[in-house]
Design a protein around this ligand. Structure first.
Ligand code: DX5
Ligand code: ZN
Length: 214
C-alpha cells in the first residue's frame, strides 16, 4: 500500500490540534512537516517549537522536510522530534556524514532533491538512505503544479534501488492530486505528500483511502 503523508503547511496554526485529529481520523500514515528558512527557499514556515508541540499531540510518525541552508547544523535538534528526517542534497551539508548522523540519532534518513537535480547524482548515497524525496515542484510553497519530470526520476531511482538490492521508500512532494498521484505511484513512489489536495477534499478519509490503494 502507498503511504500518505499530509503537509500541514496550509493549515490554520491556531487550529492545528483540530487538523491533527482530522488527519488521524482520515487514516493518514504520517505527517509531513515543511521547515523553511527564507534562505534555502524564498519562504519562512515554522521550526522546532512548533514541531515539539505537534509531537506532544499526535502519535502519527513525523516526516520532517528541512528546506534550510546547511542543515547539518540543526540535525541534532530536529532528530529529537522527527521519525523521518530529510534534508536537501543541494543545501550545502556533507551528504554522507549528515545521512549517517541522522541514522545514528535513531531517525530514518531521507535525502531530498530539487527538480533541477538529476537522480543519478545521488545514486552513490542510496545505501545510506531510508527514503528519497523527489520534489515535483520548486520547494517553498504549497499549491503549485506537478512537474512531470519527477516521474522519470522516480523510475530511475526505483530501478537503481533494485539494482543495488535496497528496499528504499520513494516519496514525492508537490502538486499531488487525483490525476498525478496514480502517475507517481506507477513510477515507483511509495509515499505521497499531499497538502492542498487533501485539505480541500470533500471527504478526507475517502481521499486518503483512494491514495493508499494506488
Ligand atoms: C513545498 C512543500 C510541500 C507542499 C505540498 O515546498 O515541500 O510539502 O506543502 O503542498 P501541495 O500538495 O499543495 O503541493
Ligand atoms: Zn515538503
Amino acid at each position: 500500500m502507498v503511504k500518505v503523508s499530509p503537509s500541514v503547511l496550509t493549515a490554520d496554526f491556531l487550529e492545528l490540534e483540530g487538523a491533527l485529529r482530522q488527519l488521524e481520523a482520515a487514516g493518514t500514515d504520517m505527517l509531513h512537516l515543511d521547515v523553511m528558512d527564507g534562505l534555502f527557499v524564498p519562504n519562512l514556515s515554522f521550526g522546532m517549537p512548533v514541531i515539539e508541540s505537534i509531537k506532544k499531540h499526535t502519535r502519527l510518525p513525523l516526516d520532517v522536510h528541512l528546506m534550510i541552508d546547511r542543515p547539518h547544523r540543526y540535525i541534532a535538534d530536529f532528530a529529537k522530534a522527527a521519525d523521518w528526517l530529510g534534508f536537501h542534497y543541494e543545501a550545502g551539508s556533507p551528504v554522507a556524514e549528515t545521512l549517517k548522523q541522522i541514522r545514528e540519532l535513531g531517525c530514518k534518513a531521507t535525502l531530498t532533491i530539487k527538480p533541477a537535480t538529476p537522480a543519478e547524482e545521488i545514486f552513490p548515497y542510496l545505501p545510506l538512505c531510508d527514503m528519497v524525496l523527489v520534489m515535483s515542484v520548486e520547494p517553498g510553497f504549497g499549491g503549485q503544479k506537478f512537474m512531470p519530470s519527477a516521474l522519470d526520476k522516480l523510475r530511475a531511482l526505483r530501478a537503481e534501488a533494485e539494482r543495488q538490492g535496497l528496499s528504499l521508500e520513494l516519496e514525492v512532494d508537490g502538486g499531488i492530486n487525483a490525476e498525478t498521484a496514480p502517475q507517481a505511484a506507477a513510477a515507483g513512489a511509495t509515499v505521497l505528500v499531499a497538502g492542498s489536495f487533501l485539505f480541500s477534499a470533500a471527504d478526507m478519509g475517502a481521499t486518503v483511502r483512494q491514495l493508499q490503494q494506488l
